[in-house]
Structures are given as C-alpha cells and as structure tokens.
Design a protein around this ligand. Structure first.
Ligand code: AMP
Length: 294
C-alpha cells in the first residue's frame, strides 16, 4: 500500500492502471477506522483492481461549535488497518491540498434533500451537505473512480451523493453498503470513541428504538407517526431526548404519513454525552424484511 499526499502523486499513480482499463474504486472516509469502514473497503476490494481509500477530515462539513478540532484521528493506526484490507492507495491530502488559497466554489444539492433531517437549519443545516458534496465532487475528480462506496449509516448523505452524481454526470457508480453494528445493535461510528461505558449502554436505545419501529411495521402498523412513536418511546425510557426521529421516503426524503408500499427511512439523531450520534433503518415492504440485527 502506498500513502499519497498530493493530487499530482495520485494522478500519477492512477495513470497506468487507468490506461490499462483497470477498475478503480474509491472509498471516501474521515479516518479513525472501525469495522464499518473496513467492511466497505472489503466490499470494494472484491470488486476492483485498484482500491483507493481517501482519508480527509473535511473541515467544510463541520459547522461552528461542532467537533472538528476533537474529531478522533490516528493516521498510523488507520494506515495499518487499510493495509491489512489490501488497500492499494491511501490518499491523505491536507486541507491546503483540498482547499488552496482562493478556493471559492461549492456544489449544492437542492433543499428538498439537504434542508431536511441532518440538513434542517435547526440541526447541522444545509451547509453541512454543501461541504460533503463539494468535497466528494473534488474526490471524484481527483480519483476518477469507476465506482465509489459509501455506508448506509449515513443514509441521507448517500441519497444526496447519488443525486449529485446523476445531476452532474459523474461517470461513477455509487454503491451503498449496510450499516455495521456492535453486538447489541449500536451502529459503529468514529464518534463512539467519545462515549463512556455508561453512555454506550444508554446509546443502545437508539438502535433499540429503530428496531421497535421495524417491529411495529412488521406487525402491520402503517401509520408513520406510530412507528416514530415506537422509536421515541424506547429513547425516552433510556432518558435520551433525540434531536429528531423522522420517517421519510428512503428514495427522495419526502415526508410520508402512511406506509405505502415504498421503502421508508426511519432516521434518528441524538446526543449522548458529548457524542452526537445518527442511525437509521429502511423499512422496505417490497423486500423480504430483514429486521436490524441486535
Ligand atoms: P466517515 O469516516 O464517518 O465519514 O465514514 C466513511 C464511510 O464509511 C461513509 O460512507 C460512512 O457511511 C461509512 N460508515 C461509517 N460507519 C459505518 C457503519 N457503522 N457501517 C457501514 N458503513 C459505515
């Protein structure tokens, strides 16, 4: 595995394989790898000739007062883990490489997708997704992958990136992999590093709440408000006041009132201690429902 810093190095390393028609994959990350990241890398590894992992803590997707400065980082450990997954190129640009002086451009997906859930102005706001889409567009242009892999844990991010990719004609396939969870159900996240033992136990109510919503749907409940209430009640019992629990169309994030045969995203964000955690499930009546594993 080679560790590269500059776009020029990256371009040079990819020139030959691209000319030879090799399948190039990209897994964008912010590092501090856990099994969620590694499972995405593994899926990408199986389907590609050259596997590029980018590691960049993108400052423009953090708002004022968010955890940019304290976001966990350990490049050496990450490099070891990536190497063990047989990654070919670990690309670790610094902020000046991505945003040199004078940088003045942004990529924005419209408000219906970026102004709701995480992007609601009362939460992280649409500028969060502007940061995400701008950096992902830059990563796509720098790597020019055939396929890029993302995790379903960031479900809204995946919807927004698919939209951007289609709208801007990026010749990149987007693959979204299932959320990896700890035993007990907690979705793996770099931010879990902020949790004390007691907070980690309490945080189980987030995935527990989502499972309660799934169970209600499986038992025939079709009112979305009732599914949301099922999740909220688990959270309340654990003393967690969520920022939101919302159910929306998994395809275009539009609001829905009743399960209507289309996949529905049930998404939660909640602060536990100093960690702001997000999680979701997709209730898909068209597929054989595979309830979230505990
Ligand atoms: P991050 O470093 O948090 O930006 O995550 C990098 C990629 O890994 C994103 O596409 C995430 O959606 C994905 N990811 C993060 N956590 C998980 C998880 N628990 N399961 C599956 N994918 C994940």
């Amino acid at each position: 595995m080679r560790i590269l810093r500059s776009k020029a190095q990256l371009r040079e390393a990819l020139e030959r394989p691209r000319r030879d028609g090799k399948r190039i994959s990209l897994v964008p990350t912010m590092g501090y790898f856990h099994e969620g990241h590694l499972s995405v890398m593994r899926a990408a590894r199986r389907e590609s000739d050259v596997l590029v992992v980018s590691l960049f803590i993108n400052p423009t997707q953090f708002g004022p007062g968010e955890d940019l400065d304290s976001y966990p980082r350990d490049e050496e450990r990450d490099a070891g883990l990536a190497e063990a997954e047989d990654v070919d190129l670990l690309w670790v640009p610094d902020a000046d490489e991505m945003y040199p002086e004078g940088f003045a451009t942004g990529v924005e997906v419209s408000n219906e997708l970026t102004g709701v859930l995480e992007g609601d102005p009362a939460r992280r706001g649409p500028s969060h997704f502007r940061g995400v889409t701008t950096v992902v567009a830059k990563l796509f242009n720098a790597v020019q992958p055939d396929v890029a892999y993302f995790g379903g844990k960031d479900a809204q991010q995946a919807v927004v990136i698919r939209r951007m990719t289609e709208d801007l004609d990026f010749p990149v396939e987007i693959e979204v992999l299932p959320t990896v969870r700890e035993e007990g159900g907690l979705a793996l996240s770099s931010r879990n590093a902020y949790l004390s033992r007691e907070e980690r136990d309490r945080a189980l109510a987030i995935s527990g709440g989502l499972r309660a919503a799934e169970r209600a749907a499986a038992a025939g409940e079709t009112s979305v408000a009732a599914l949301v209430e099922a999740a909220q009640s688990e959270l309340r019992n654990a003393g967690i006041e969520p920022e939101y629990v919302e159910a929306r169309s998994a395809e275009d994030l539009s609001p829905i009132a009743e399960l209507n045969g289309r996949p529905v995203l049930v998404a939660v964000a909640a602060r536990v201690g100093r960690a702001r955690l997000i999680d979701n499930v997709v209730i898909d009546p068209t597929s054989q429902n595979e309830p979230t594993e505990a």
